[in-house]
Design a protein around this ligand. Structure first.
Ligand code: G6P
Ligand code: MG
Length: 214
């Protein structure tokens, strides 16, 4: 395929914030009196804040009021914001900056496709905003992954057809969203978890455009 654009998820792909999301949700679960494991957390990756809370509450078998849910989500986000507060350019995952630089030189467009409402702040703290030709985040879309909206919006903003876009994702919901958008998907992480992806790599260290084999 001819690659015209690469669309990147943020959390767990460009930066290690997937860990912070997990720690913040686990802290909320602890405070509500139930445990929340890393394997439970796979279900939350790529899922919006409120939908994540619903899954967490289902795991804890809790049924709070709508007002309490808003309080719980705010409590989780406050702790998450504490974690990301100190992020800086060193927090970019290994090889990411080099790969984005290679894409730029090759004239391949770069888009962000994240459902996080905190995405812009993380891009700016880590100083990579300038690489992006389009930024789609949780503030401009209405459907979280696995709905394809986030990636279809990215393709539209970049003026490319879905078949010319490659998505980079660490979440099961994100791989599904990419496929539903008609795009190929490179999984970032473990092939056991991301078996649906078109290829899986552990991360971007030493990864080059020529290594994308789809
Ligand atoms: C990403 C993460 C999810 C997170 C969601 C919303 O998709 O993978 O774990 O819940 O964004 O993030 P936010 O920063 O808006 O709470
Ligand atoms: Mg992710």
């Amino acid at each position: 395929m001819t690659i015209k654009a690469c669309l990147f998820d943020l959390d767990g792909v460009l930066v290690d914030t997937a860990r912070y999301h997990y720690l913040a949700w686990r802290n909320l679960a602890d405070s509500l009196g139930f445990s929340f494991t890393e394997s439970d957390n796979e279900r939350l990756k790529g899922v919006s804040r409120m939908a994540s809370l619903e899954i967490l509450l289902e795991i804890g078998k809790m049924n709070p009021s709508e007002n309490e849910k808003i309080t719980f989500a705010a409590q989780k986000n406050a702790l998450y914001l504490e974690y990301i507060e100190k992020m800086n350019p060193d927090d970019i995952l290994p090889g990411v900056r080099e790969f984005l630089t290679e894409l730029k030189k090759a004239g391949i467009l770069i888009g962000l496709g994240s459902v996080s409402k905190n995405a812009q702040s993380i891009l700016s703290k880590t100083d990579i905003t300038g690489f992006f030709d389009a930024i789609v985040d949780g503030n401009i879309i209405s459907q979280a992954k696995p709905d394809p909206e986030v990636f279809l919006t990215g393709a539209k903003m970049l003026n490319t057809n879905p078949e010319q876009c490659v998505v980079f994702e660490d979440a099961l919901a994100g791989v599904e969203a990419a496929h539903r958008a008609g795009m190929k998907c490179v999984g970032i992480g473990s092939p056991d978890i991301l078996s649906e992806a078109d290829m899986v790599i552990p991360g971007f260290e030493n990864f080059k455009v020529k290594d994308i084999v789809l």
